[in-house]
Design a protein around this ligand. Structure first.
Ligand code: ATP
Length: 428
């Protein structure tokens, strides 16, 4: 039986993934396969942080089992398959409501939790819509005809809850999340930097652990949530070893999720005229104006394709990535992987493929062919004259300038990386 939950947190507390932990640790249900942490459209304005929703397949576990977590020293297992014939959808929904009501940050105005319980999996069509576009709540109910569900307040959480169930993990990574005990959720937290670097270097299948250029521990959430740290990886069998290397404050539970993080599932190949607000796109284009740094340290430039023009930006938070962008010039052929918010309709760059660098030439003042002295301009478009021997020439000389960048695929640093963005290392 499938459970989906979303929209339980606020910017100052909670994390919907914690509810997967509570369900796995306290409800009398086995997890079939992995719990799922599903990131949806990253441009949705009403998201709290990373637009995450969760889903779990539950039942009476059968077949092979593997350990995927702990809750208060009790081991949590994932089963190969399961039997849900003895489970009652309505009964499970009532139990989930109690959990959501205990933990959701209801006093935050926009928090609108949604819970979905269904024996029948929801069409994958919904996932692709939810990760790539904006869904109207009214549209969701047609996907829930065979489900039991409950939506609080604006009921918006039903969108994420249903979409998380509808994800089919064809392209996927994993994340191991550790959780603090409730009395430590609002306090300072300690993670030993050296141990994170050691883990990053030792366990090669993990990614986005540490930003070396910006001295930033990326496994630690920016805000005070129940999560102490999260380790992302492509090989689930390495995550337990990675967890043991990291030294930190004590945590009372952890759980491994299957996720769509690092998959680029949000990106769609589009032309400029097709780009809509909240889209994430892959755009083949040409640099139309040289990049400029604007107040705030953002680097902005105009690009074109045969359907139109649009601004692209490397914002301040993308740090050293801006230096690559600043070196672009008019005529360079590029492919931008990025997304747009509603206003301003500017493409926020996540990755860039520099396909072909334009040949940039500058006018140079010629040397006199007779006496070898440097000539001087005889006026705008009037050629050059040698002050020494009076020689005149109409010939304009150009010099090719050395470009400071090379063609290739570049990405924003780990500190500015989006959850869904596929790291460049995965393309090799
Ligand atoms: P966190 O990452 O901390 O769990 P969050 O960033 O996931 O928080 P939520 O509080 O869950 O943010 O808010 C996101 C809201 O947007 C949810 O109600 C979810 O159902 C809704 N939502 C998600 N994707 C879409 C979409 N494509 N179209 C419309 N609404 C969406």
């Amino acid at each position: 039986m499938w459970i989906g939950i979303d929209d339980t947190d606020s910017s100052t507390g909670m994390c919907t993934t914690y509810l997967a932990m509570v369900i796995a640790g306290t409800m009398d249900l086995d997890l079939i396969k992995f719990p799922r942490l599903v990131r949806l459209n990253p441009n949705i304005p009403w998201k709290t942080r990373g637009n995450a929703a969760i889903s779990l397949n539950v039942g009476i576990g059968k077949g092979k089992k593997i350990k995927i977590g702990e809750f208060n020293s009790n081991e949590i297992y994932s089963y190969e398959y399961g039997d849900d014939s003895s489970l009652d959808e309505r009964d499970i929904l009532e139990k989930l409501k109690k959990i959501v009501e205990k933990y959701a940050v209801m006093d935050e105005e926009k928090t609108s939790p949604g819970i979905v319980v269904t024996r029948k999996k929801i069409s994958e069509k919904l996932y692709w819509k939810a990760v790539r576009s904006v869904i109207d709540l009214n549209e969701i109910f047609s996907y829930l005809e065979n489900a039991s569900y409950f939506g609080y307040k604006y009921k918006r959480g039903l969108i994420g809850a249903s979409s998380a169930i509808s994800w089919k993990p064809k392209r996927k990574t994993y994340e191991l999340l550790t959780y603090l005990p409730e009395d430590k959720w609002n306090g300072e937290r300690f993670i030993d930097k050296k141990s994170v670097i050691l883990m990053d270097k030792k366990i090669k299948t993990t990614f986005e652990n540490f930003d070396y250029n910006n001295d930033h521990i990326a496994i630690k959430p920016e805000t005070k949530t129940p999560v102490l740290f999260g380790i992302r990886g492509t090989n689930v069998n390495d995550l337990e070893m990675a967890r043991k290397i990291v030294k930190s404050d004590p945590y009372f539970s952890y759980l491994i999720f299957e996720t769509n993080q690092g998959t680029d599932d949000h990106l769609v190949k589009k032309k400029i005229s097709e780009i809509k607000p909240y889209d994430s796109v892959i755009l083949d284009c040409e640099v139309l104006e040289k990049p400029k740094t604007i107040p705030g340290g953002h680097v902005i430039f105009k690009v074109k394709d045969r359907t139109g023009e649009i601004f692209a930006a490397a914002y301040e938070k993308t740090k050293e990535f801006r230096e690559i962008i600043k070196n672009l010039d008019v005529g360079d052929e590029i492919k931008i992987f990025g997304s747009v918010k509603k206003y301003p309709k500017t493409l926020n760059i996540e990755k860039i493929l520099i396909k072909n660098l334009a040949e940039i030439k500058i006018k140079v003042i010629p040397i006199c062919p007779k006496c070898g002295k440097k000539m001087e301009s005889a006026g705008k478009n009037k050629g050059y004259r040698c002050r020494n021997c009076g020689t005149f020439t109409n010939e304009i000389k150009y010099e090719k300038i050395e470009r400071n960048i090379n063609p290739g695929l570049y990405q924003v640093p780990v500190i500015a990386r989006r959850h869904l963005s596929k790291p460049v290392e995965f393309f090799r």
